[in-house]
Ligand binder design. Sequence first.
Ligand SMILES: Cc1ncc(COP(=O)(O)O)c(C=O)c1O
Length: 342
Amino acid sequence: MISFKNDYSEGACPEIMQAMMKTNRLQSDGYGLDPFCEGAKERIRQKVGNADCDVHFLVGGTQANLTIIASALRPYEAVIAAESGHINVHETGAIEGTGHKVIVADSAQGKVTLEGIRKVVTAHTDEHMVKPAMVYISNATEIGTVYTKAELSSIRRICDEYGLYLFMDGARLGSALMASDNDLKLSDIAELCDIFYIGGTKNGALFGEAVVIVNERLKKDFRYMIKHHGGMLAKGRLLGIQFYELMNGTVFFDLAKHANAMAQKLQDAFLQLNCPLFVKTTTNQIFPIFDDEILAEMDKRYACTIWEKVSDHTTAVRIVTSWATKEEDVDRYIDDLRRIMK
Ligand SMILES: Cc1ncc(COP(=O)(O)O)c(C=O)c1O
């Protein structure tokens, strides 16, 4: 069985595994106060082109989202997200558990719209309602689409108009930045967002997300918030070692480029075979719609995620590739599909 279920189905890229072995017996201080974390932070500051940003490492995406949102908002404040936003759908009430309401705004192709944000803000009129104070976006989105620079700039402007923070969940930022239609650079994201994170878990790390805080107001006491939410690892060095390697030269980008190329090869094949798409993407997540009989055949050899039923006899699935996806597996998948669809 070959899995196209996710981009975290394998361990870590060789650079990270080698660094783990090489540093294994070295001693260092705990809780992220070690030279590995310092080195990784420095590399991230260079890559985002901002020497003043604060960088913190957390283990996973949900933990990063809840720590950031709880840290930025006052008790009565709320966060705006797309309906498909990870914080709205797949975090088991973690955000609401910190006392902050997630308000769903209208979206298109998984991306919050300006009108959606405006509608939410203007509908929350006084202290008898929660106060929208942050816009959460994910890039790439949960359906594999990406924000353009023009879109992100417009969201920044509306956030400024209404005094909202802009937070980008970058669990799949590598894939977004390497997408063929992407025109954002890390430095643009640092200029336009108040806070964002660079995802390692889904791009070649064993685990880890690097939170980058640009807005001065959000920097204070962030380490207290990490610890308060149980996110401060005694062996925090493991995160530093990993991000130091990911941020070495083009490693982070090369891993994402490979994942995207494998997914796009599959998506091109689907189009050639006249297989409809639920949404056309440019990243490492793709969404073909299969006839159920074909899907049942393909399921015997390849694992993917059922996304949603499209008609009585067709189903949209999610296929995800990773830094480790083998091109020969992609080719075999395409050959098998071609044979089954004949
Ligand atoms: C966009 C996005 N954000 C956050 C997460 C949460 O990550 P974790 O499973 O590490 O908590 C995911 C996981 O799939 C995700 O896709």
